[in-house]
Design a protein around this ligand. Structure first.
Ligand code: CA
Length: 483
């Protein structure tokens, strides 16, 4: 069986297993490993560089990290040598976007490769008890890329925060992960818990609750390192969604001691949390070196949404506002991809890309040809990164959050909140300071038409946003913060 044919077969049999089509040969699917033929390797070699086989993949996701809170994205106050080194070995994206300004829908877009509004996931699953409702989570009918990779023979593990439903039918073990170590809800403290926690809040290994003694960021790094060592001889995929640096703002002495000169205790603790996150990235990269898997591992680092304004410690400079908003500070995030020998070291990619692109990009790296019935909103970034395709990966990108919407089309960005509309020229005004809505009516009309067309394809929210929504004023207009 040729590589491409085999990959197609694997993709189709995945659909069979999930009950979409019947091919009658699915029992073989789970055992298959993708081994490219010589010819296929030559083709891929021209495309991507020297590839020896399907790469391992490590996808590291930060939580609520400020756009400018790493050295490579402009921080002068928080040293992040490991994240910076990752960028030196790979591609740094200046205009990477997530599909929402909040944790939960952003993760739904990332793992599904589709605008989450296509299946009604517009708002967070909400906090604690409401989240634990039976219907609040990533629709089980949606095929995630961890499921695809698992089915094509990858060892798959997740270490961190889930936030895509807490009931058993949403559990990571049922959504593509052989192993899960982390917690299911939207936030968690970083130190050992003293009181008894609710089912959906505790740290667990697969479905067993436990009491984690270590600082949680260290614990997630430790588990990822263990997973890499355990699976070094086969293709593996590690999804590492740290809850760092989401609230509560908590850090251990080891990291606090690095910022003795910072007077504001909240700022000092936040800086220490970022430093712990950076150490965790360093530990994961070191494990790849120790296991000699580094050269055949694609490492991606990104963030789930912008740093919040309300904590007063993140910096999204030079972007406007932050988490919960559809201005750039809420949705534009750091993103780095490293794959030695394949992606050009120290390069920068400036066209807009999306977290939606992770799904098809990883599947392309793994050699999986996705079945035509699987409609994704993301695109494979490799032909864009190697210069084979010069145009931008997306004609336009869209966001929707209750009464707030946004579109990016080339250099133009429109934000709407209720009846108020802003139009920005991001090429000349990255900070979204000058509203050109009145000055450029034709451009505004084009963006509004694109948005309307996109909205026509989306479903209404499957559940409402959190009640008692906070309202703030932006340029005199009311902006409702829908979570
Ligand atoms: Ca977040």
């Amino acid at each position: 069986m040729t590589f491409r044919y085999r990959a197609l077969f694997v993709g189709c049999s995945l659909l069979f297993v999930l009950g979409f089509v019947s091919l009658g040969q699915a029992q073989e699917g789970a055992k298959l490993y993708i081994t490219p033929s010589k010819k296929e390797m030559e083709v891929k070699g021209r495309l991507l560089g020297k590839i020896k086989g399907p790469p391992n993949v490590v996808l590291i996701l930060a939580d609520d990290l400020g756009y400018a809170d790493t050295g490579v994205y402009g921080s002068n106050s928080i040293p992040t040598p490991h994240i910076d080194a990752l960028a030196k070995r790979g591609v740094r994206f200046t205009d990477a976007y997530v599909t929402a300004g909040t944790c939960s829908p952003s993760r739904a877009g990332l793992l599904s490769g589709r605008y989450q509004q296509r299946f009604g996931f517009e708002f967070n699953t909400a906090g604690a008890a409401i989240t634990h409702r039976e219907s609040r989570g990533l629709d089980p009918a949606v095929i995630t890329f961890p499921e695809v990779l698992q089915h094509t023979g990858y060892a798959t593990g997740m270490f961190g925060k889930w936030h895509l439903g807490t009931r058993s039918h949403f559990h990571p073990n049922t959504r593509g992960f052989d192993e899960f170590f982390g917690f299911l809800a939207g936030a968690h403290g970083y130190f050992p818990v003293k009181k008894e926690e609710r089912v959906y809040s505790t740290v667990m290994r697969n479905k067993t609750h436990l009491k984690e003694p270590e600082y949680l960021t260290d614990a997630f790094a430790r588990e990822t390192v263990r997973f890499i060592h355990k699976n070094k001889d086969k293709p593996f995929f590690a999804y590492v969604p740290f809850n760092a640096v989401h609230t509560p703002i908590e850090a251990s002495k080891k990291y606090l001691d690095r910022f003795l000169d910072v007077k504001n205790p909240q700022q000092k603790t936040y800086n220490a949390m970022v430093s712990a996150l950076d150490d965790a990235v360093g530990a994961i990269v070191a494990a790849l070196k120790e296991t000699q898997t580094e050269k055949n591992t694609l490492v991606i680092f990104m963030n789930d949404n912008g740093g919040p304004v309300y904590t007063r410690v993140q910096s999204n400079a030079p972007l406007r506002l932050g988490k919960l908003f559809l201005f750039e500070g809420g949705i534009r995030v750091p993103m780095i991809m490293s794959w030695p020998g394949v992606l050009e070291a120290g390069s920068i990619y400036r066209q807009p890309v999306s977290s939606l692109d992770i799904y098809p990009t990883l599947c392309a790296a793994a050699g999986v040809v996705l079945p035509p019935g699987l409609k994704l909103d993301g695109v494979n970034l490799f032909p864009h990164l190697n210069g084979e395709i010069k145009t931008a990966p997306h004609e336009a990108l869209f966001w929707s959050n209750g009464p707030n919407t946004a579109v990016r089309l080339g250099q133009w960005k429109m934000v709407q909140a209720h009846d108020h509309v802003w139009l920005f020229d991001l090429e000349n005004d990255i900070g979204e300071t000058k509203n050109l809505a009145l000055a450029k009516p034709e451009i505004l009309k084009t963006l509004q038409a694109k948005l309307k067309q996109w909205q026509g394809q989306m479903k209404p929210p499957a559940w409402p946003s959190k009640p008692n929504r906070r309202k703030v004023k932006v340029d005199g207009a009311i902006y409702e913060l829908n979570i």
